[in-house]
Design a protein around this ligand. Structure first.
Ligand code: ADP
Length: 316
């Protein structure tokens, strides 16, 4: 179980993150992990087996991670979903577990949609027949409402997205996570412990401030034994549409993503330039890849997506 191991910075008498005493023992006072331990589900959870059965019809589960917010993680998740679903033989599910900042409904053109309930559970909201989406965003009466939830409630809804949704047969489940390593990450690692996670794709900008958090993200994955499929550098450069000169807006000061990937022995999947049309497509909820197929950013996305596809083709 990923959370049974004591973290390196645990106090001397740490009761262990998965024990009933976790976060509550006197040794926990002052420990930076106190809150996480207190809210993480304890002991063998009977729901894990139910989730395993429910998700036995899902071939591959992929987490999309980033160290920081605003680096393009949800945008990448959405474009990956759009790109995969352009093959009508591939079934895709997108799960948005960024409970407090769900942007997937907007980016995928589903704002204002609602979840339907049937005898077999909640139905995802469909962009098209082979692309279903689940997000807390569909449950809010008003998209501008703030979701202010503590850990246990967030854990509960994430569990429901896996256990109570009628996902049907899926080739890929893409899970868009919040930035950083928080309750949600521990929960998803825990809930999918029995069913297995194929791997994580990490998104970053070339800037050291983003890379420094990505290193923590990679360390988290290693600790909870989630394989890393690779890292994507987003917002890598900007080509001025007038003078055609390229500027490094988020300039790398420590060698950038490629060097970090080499240093940390993980796969570098490629880079995507800054392109204001990506932002525009997100706001309009349409596929950037369909809208601007000849753009360098589209080609960059597709090269990366092909790498990911190849990984699974080789695996199958
Ligand atoms: P995150 O999920 O990491 O918080 P988002 O996917 O919401 O980030 O992206 C943050 C903002 O950056 C959004 O406005 C999005 O449209 C924009 N964006 C993402 N990637 C690019 C890019 N390559 N070029 C231009 N804008 C981008």
């Amino acid at each position: 179980m990923p959370t049974t191991e004591k973290p390196e910075n645990a106090p001397e008498h740490c009761p262990g993150p998965s024990t009933e005493q976790a976060g509550k023992a006197s040794a926990c006072e002052g420990c930076p992990n106190k809150n996480i331990c207190a809210t993480t589900p304890k002991g063998p959870d009977p729901d894990l087996q139910i989730i395993k059965e429910k998700l036995s019809s899902v071939k591959h589960k992929i987490l999309i991670l980033s160290g920081k917010g605003g680096v393009g993680k949800s945008t990448f998740t959405a474009q990956l979903g759009f790109a995969f679903s352009s093959d009508e033989n591939i079934q895709i599910g997108v799960v948005d577990i960024d409970v407090c900042g769900p942007s997937i409904p907007k980016i995928m053109g589903l704002e204002g949609e609602q979840i339907h309930q049937s005898l077999s559970g909640w139905s995802p909201v469909y962009v098209q027949d082979n692309l279903g989406v689940m997000s807390i965003g569909f449950m809010l009466p008003n998209p501008d409402d703030a979701v202010i939830w503590r850990g246990p409630k967030k854990n509960g809804i994430i569990k429901q997205f896996l256990k109570d949704v009628d996902w049907g047969e899926l080739d890929f489940m893409l899970i868009d996570t919040p930035p950083g390593t928080s309750d949600e990450h521990l929960s998803i690692a825990q809930f999918l412990k029995e069913s297995g996670i194929d791997g994580a794709i990490v998104i970053t900008t070339p800037q050291e401030i983003s890379l420094q958090d990505v290193r923590k993200e990679i360390d988290f994955c290693k600790k909870v034994k989630i394989p890393i499929l690779g890292v994507v550098e987003n917002m890598s450069g900007f080509v001025c549409p007038n003078c055609k000169g390229e500027s490094k807006i988020f300039a790398p000061t420590t060698g950038g993503t490629k060097k970090m990937a080499e240093d940390m022995k993980i796969k570098y999947l490629g880079s995507i330039p800054l392109d204001p049309r990506i932002g525009k497509s997100c706001d309009m909820g349409i596929s950037f890849l369909d809208e601007y197929p000849d753009s360098p950013a589209c080609k960059a996305y597709l090269n990366i997506i092909e790498e990911i596809k190849q990984h699974f083709t080789k695996k199958n």
